[in-house]
Every structure is written in C-alpha cells, then in structure tokens.
Design a protein around this ligand. Structure first.
Ligand code: NAP
Ligand code: MG
Length: 470
C-alpha cells in the first residue's frame, strides 16, 4: 500500500529526523504491506513547534470559519471513504463492510457534528457582573490507539479544531496508514499549515516525547489503563491538562421481563463487532438464574453466525485481531478462563486458521465475578455470561470491576431499565438496545478515564475559562 516516507509537519511532508522504520502488517495474512518512519523526540519537537507557531492565528480565526474548515475536512473524508475503508481493513483487519459503515461512517458523522457545533457553540457567557471567555487550551498532544484508527483521531482533532487548538498526533504504530490518509485530508481541506501535525512512531519513543513535551498544553490519550496512568503522572508533574480514555469491562444487564432473544443477539453482536476490540464492548452479560441456560444457548447459537476469515470477503463477519501480541494475549485469556473453571460453550484458545491473527468467537458460561476473564479487559471476541440471583446481586456484579466506561440494561419497560442504569457506576448505558449517539458524552467512571469525548461535552475539554469582571 502507498505510504508517505515522512512526517506531516507545518503543512508539508518532511523527512524524518532519524532512520528508524515501522513495518505495517496485514493481520489477516501476516504480510508486510508498507513501511512508515518511526519518529524520534526531534520529530516531535519540530511538530510541537509548528503547532505552537500556528496557534495564535488559528485561535483568533472566527469560530464559524474554523467550523467551515471542519466541514470541508468532512467532505474530503466522505469523498475518500472507499480508499480509507480499504486501508483500515488492510492494517487493522476489520471486515470491509464494517470499515465502511462504522470505521469511516462514524468519524464522518463526528466531523459533521463539530462542523455544526463549532459554529453555534457559545464561546462566551455572562455570569452576574462577569463575562466568561471560553478560550482554546493551546497545543494538544493527541495519542491514539489502533482499534478505530480514524474515529479515535477525529474524536480528538475535530473538537480541538473547533475550540481553536492546534495539534500534534501520534497514532498507533499498528495503524499509521489511516493517520497518513487523514493528514492528506486535512491538507486537501485547506486547514492552515501547522494547525494539524502528524508524527508516526512508537509509544515509548514518540508518544512519550509528546506527552512530556513542555510545549504541549493538553495531552489527550486513548488506550490502555497502564499507559494512561503513566501519561497522567507525567502530565500531572508538569501541571498539564490531561484527558484519558481508557479501558472497559462493560456489563450488559438483562433483567427479568426483557426481550431475552433480542437482548442476547444484540449483546453478542456488540462483542463480536470489530473482533471485540472496542473499549466499551459489552463483554459481561448478566442474566437472572431462571433464564440463564436459555441465554447461554441463545448466545452459543448467535456466535455461530460470525464466521471469521478474509476481511475483504463480504461473507466474513469476524476479522483477525490486530497483531501477533494481541493474538497471544487474547488466546491466553481464553486459556485462563478454562483453567479457572469457566464453561466453554463456543470457541476456545486454538487459532481457527493457519495464517492470520484469528481468534474463534468464544462464549464462556458459569463465569464468576472474581475470575480473570470477568475482571480484565480482554480486547478480543470473548463473551462471559454470569448468572445473578436478584437485582441487588446484578448491580453488585455490574459495578464490581475497576472500570466504568459503557453498559447496557434490558428490562420490560424503560422506567425499570433507567432506574437500574442510574445506579450503575459507568459513563454510558444503552437502554433496551439504544443506539450510539455522536453527540452523547463518551468517557469513563473510575479507572476507565478522565474527561469526555464527543458532542458539546467533548468540545469543552479543549477550552479553558477566563472571567472578566465589570
Ligand atoms: P497502548 O499501548 O495503551 O496504546 C495506545 C497508544 O499509546 C498507542 O499510540 C501507543 O503507541 C501509545 N503508547 C504506548 N506506550 C506509550 C508511552 N509510554 N507513552 C506514550 N504513548 C504510549 O495500547 P496497546 O498496547 O495498543 O493495547 C493494549 C491493551 O490496551 C489492549 O489489549 C486493550 O485492553 C487496551 N486498549 C484500549 C483501547 C481503548 O479504546 N480504550 C484501545 C486500544 C487498546 P504504540 O502504538 O506504538 O504502542
Ligand atoms: Mg502497543
């Protein structure tokens, strides 16, 4: 696949400072498909300087003009949708239909939302004898993961641009090609030089240099809780703003009286989509003791409708996981589930194909709340079904992890579901199959993170307040 041999800094593709390279691998066949430069601290420094130089001009640009440029960016992404989806499928492995509809479709919707919000947002408010100005925080260091290579980038870049911030992006080393296409789109949209800059590279080198750079005012990170803690500590020591979008272990609570078949099928789909590599995936299904065996059979039947294979084949519903390390890790968790006594009802630790980082769609029954597979983020196509005795028991189990990102409740009526959702320690809850909303604040309670993304709440993260007294 085509790749730039450079960094997008100050509005142009510039050679990297060093000679290190990252090989991009197609996880479906394990072939190297491209190489990109691995950035060093020098590349990060050049990018932060470019972002800082562009900041005064961009911050002073009228919000409506910034919003119009976000609209232009959305139009380029839309025009290049097919090419971007193919690139995501090649470097991440998600089935092509999913890449088009979700991997590219969702960020286009997010960009659209900020093209509107950026123009209508109240960047000034009156409070008694004060005028409060909501001003851009400054230069943003954005560090993103591979699971939604375009969405994770747009969810940071679009609100930052709307707020008047400039950025340096360090994308995941597994999915740099999508990030390069995004930089091309920024350029084509006519966003001024230096407002958005891209440094490809590894986390411990380029990511660490960006998080620690004194010219960065806000570090916005999405990824693992382990790295997030480290980034939070670095930012805290420098009294720098930080936004952390971390892991999850979301509960899908099916209360008695709910439409069981629909709840189970929807829940299974939520875990199998993107091969279980969504931070809010509903990986713990909680079912009342009386309906437990029925739910287990329904789930086993539902996963059988997720054949894995070549992600460019329209019949494929389950792609590989992203890389060899995740392949080992996810199958290790499945082996651990068996070892700790959970009942395997579908799938298992064996790789289903000779080539590619495939994992069989897996369902565990008789999972207890303290088991490793019920506590730790697996990030693969693995569903655990846990029985509960009554509502209080269900709530204890649902809230019984260090995470609190997503969740779902199914009940006979919305009122019952909402009453339960109010007691859940989590940032989002889908009520009776409620759909994803690009305007709803997305983010975690507890160790799932700090701050919110998307919609007006996401925009507010990139603003700081100044009050003038009269
Ligand atoms: P990760 O290491 O946290 O990666 C996320 C981003 O942080 C990547 O761009 C990564 O660069 C960068 N990074 C890594 N170490 C860094 C450091 N010391 N300083 C600054 N940046 C650093 O996540 P991962 O290793 O790809 O995945 C591991 C686990 O994290 C998964 O199994 C899953 O449980 C969780 N995860 C969660 C999400 C989410 O959306 N919440 C997304 C992805 C993964 P590199 O690409 O070079 O590593
Ligand atoms: Mg990594």
């Amino acid at each position: 696949m085509k790749a730039h041999d450079g960094m997008y800094i100050g509005g142009a593709w510039r050679p990297a400072a060093g000679r290190d390279r990252i090989e991009v691998v197609n996880p479906a066949d394990e072939q190297v498909i491209a190489e990109v430069p691995a950035g060093s601290a020098d590349d990060v420094d050049a990018a932060v300087r470019a972002a800082r130089a562009a900041l005064p001009g961009w911050a002073a640009t009228a919000p409506a003009e910034r919003a119009a440029l976000i609209g232009a960016l959305r139009d380029v992404l839309l025009a290049r949708k097919g090419e971007i989806a193919q690139t995501i499928t090649a470097e991440l492995g998600s089935p092509l239909g999913f890449s088009e509809m979700v991997q590219v479709g969702a960020p286009i919707a997010v960009a659209s939302s900020y093209a509107e919000l950026g123009a209508s947002y109240a960047f000034e408010e009156r409070l008694g004898n004060s005028t409060v100005l909501l001003e851009p925080i400054g230069v943003v260091g954005a560090i993103t993961p591979w699971n939604y290579p375009l969405h994770q980038v747009v969810a940071k870049v679009a609100p930052a641009l709307a707020a008047g911030c400039t950025l340096v992006l360090k994308p995941a080393e597994d999915t740099p090609l999508t990030a390069q296409l995004f930089a091309e789109a920024v350029h084509e949209a006519g966003i001024p030089a230096g407002v958005f800059n891209l440094v490809t590279g590894t986390g411990p080198v380029a990511g660490q240099a960006l998080a620690a750079h004194e010219g960065v005012d806000l570090v916005s990170f999405t990824g693992s809780t382990a790295v997030g803690k480290q980034i939070g500590a670095t930012a805290g020591a420098a009294v720098k703003r930080v936004a952390l979008e971390l892991g999850g272990k979301s509960a899908n609570v099916i209360l008695p009286g709910a439409d069981l078949a629909k709840a189970v099928a929807t829940g299974v789909g939520h875990v199998m989509n993107n091969t279980g590599q969504s931070c809010n995936a509903l990986t713990r299904m909680l079912v009342h003791r009386d309906q437990y065996e029925e739910a287990v059979s329904l789930a086993a039947a539902a996963v059988a409708t997720y054949p894995s294979g070549d992600p460019t084949d329209p019949a494929t519903r389950l792609g590989p996981v992203v890389n060899a390390k995740q392949h080992e890790r996810v199958r290790g968790y499945i082996a651990k589930g068996v070892e700790e006594g959970a009942r395997l009802v579908a799938g298992g630790p064996d790789a289903p194909h000779e080539r590619g980082y495939f994992v069989a769609p897996t369902v565990f029954a008789d999972v207890t709340p303290e088991m490793t597979i019920a506590q730790e983020e697996i990030f693969g196509p693995v569903l655990s079904i846990l029985p509960y005795e009554d509502e209080e028991d269900a709530l204890r189990i649902a809230n019984g992890t260090v995470y609190g990102l997503g969740g779902a409740v199914w009940a006979a009526d919305e009122e019952t579901a909402v009453a339960f959702a109010r007691r859940m320690d989590t940032g989002q809850v889908d009520i009776n199959g409620g759909r994803f909303n690009v305007l709803a604040p997305f983010g975690g309670y507890k160790q799932s993170g700090v701050g919110r993304e998307l919609g007006p709440h996401g925009l507010a993260e990139y603003l700081q307040t100044k009050s003038l007294q009269f």
